[in-house]
Design a protein around this ligand. Sequence first.
Ligand SMILES: C[S@@+](CC[C@H](N)C(=O)[O-])C[C@H]1O[C@@H](n2cnc3c(N)ncnc32)[C@H](O)[C@@H]1O
Length: 395
Amino acid sequence: MTNFPHPELCQSIRQFIQESPQQRITFAEYMSQVLYHPQYGYYTRGAGIGALGDFATSPHLCADFGETLAEQFLEMWHILDRPNPFHLVEMGAGQGILARDILQYIRDRDADFYRSLDYIIIETSATFQQEQQRRFKNAPIRWCTWDELPLESIVGCCFSNELVDAFPVHLFAIESGNLREIYVANSDNDREFVEILGEPSTSELAEYLEFNGIEIQNYPDGYRSEINLAALDWMETVAKRLKRGYVLTIDYGYTADRYYSLGRSRGTLQCYYQHRYHDNPYLYIGNQDITAHVNFTALQRQGEACGLSTLGLTQQGLFLMALGWGDRLVKLSNPAAGEKTATARDIAEIMQRRQTLHALIDPMGLGGFQVLIQGKGLSEGECQRLPRGLTELSA
Ligand SMILES: C[S@@+](CC[C@H](N)C(=O)[O-])C[C@H]1O[C@@H](n2cnc3c(N)ncnc32)[C@H](O)[C@@H]1O
């Protein structure tokens, strides 16, 4: 990746705008081109995830994250009375690090569960899919599109980490008490992209705000934020494929009242470039990530409209702690009896690992991410047995 805008991508977007009615495209169309253009998109070409890239996700920091999720899946398998197969559907698997950690842990932890697993990856980026396939030459994983998965065919858990924040979002602004949409157009000299306000491209924007209990008359002129319609479609797609089991979604975000709070008047759009973040999506076009926080109320309500029940929404820090994160921290400080005396290098590694474990539960950082678990087709007894990661809620 370079620090320049990707020239062919910019040219392609310019042309797309010129050929569009009124020579403008919605911000969602712009973001979709920048991230997912079939040739030049940032994700299509294999986004820069990890230390050498633009941003790091929890699985990139330590295997403990995947191992702890695996503990949750193991418990879900037991709650569902050990179905065979148990489908684990990972959506947006990136470089496949999480899949590797989950599968390795389950293989060593519980041979019966491992044998029951049908691990499916749904990944739109061809580059990432190839990378995953290289990594997992002999692992029991298959790659599918949604169309290849029949309705009501999944018994198990569909899960994602930092997927929904990567969906293209519409941008809106309030002008004289009215809902307006932010479009992207070419500048007069055709060198830059500029934002212009217009009437909403679809009535779904107003409906979305209403669905989330947001009344635009309460917002001042100039207030702007995002609307993630793609997340609603995705939720419906997942709910329709699930027959019995869970949907587990981890991402950064808020409930609707906090997402659309008056104080957050510039929205949540964020761009990541070489581990620095800023809010200008017109820089480093095609060479930086563009994301928006996730509105978890929308996921819950859409899920409920599509037959999912909300089992709980908690923070990543609490979720990991409920699944034994604290024991991992304690074990680091108290090596088992009989282990060899630690060298200076061991100690440096222990310190590093301890720092990482703390980072994943830090409420001001990754620990503040939200974890939503929804269920479908569960019996009354299964509903009452909340997945352990949520049990901090009732403590
Ligand atoms: C921010 S990355 C997160 C990767 C990985 N889950 C992690 O935590 O490191 C988002 C991933 O979702 C993929 N993606 C984006 N939209 C998708 C969609 N609609 N369906 C499946 N995968 C998608 C991207 O290609 C990328 O692999």
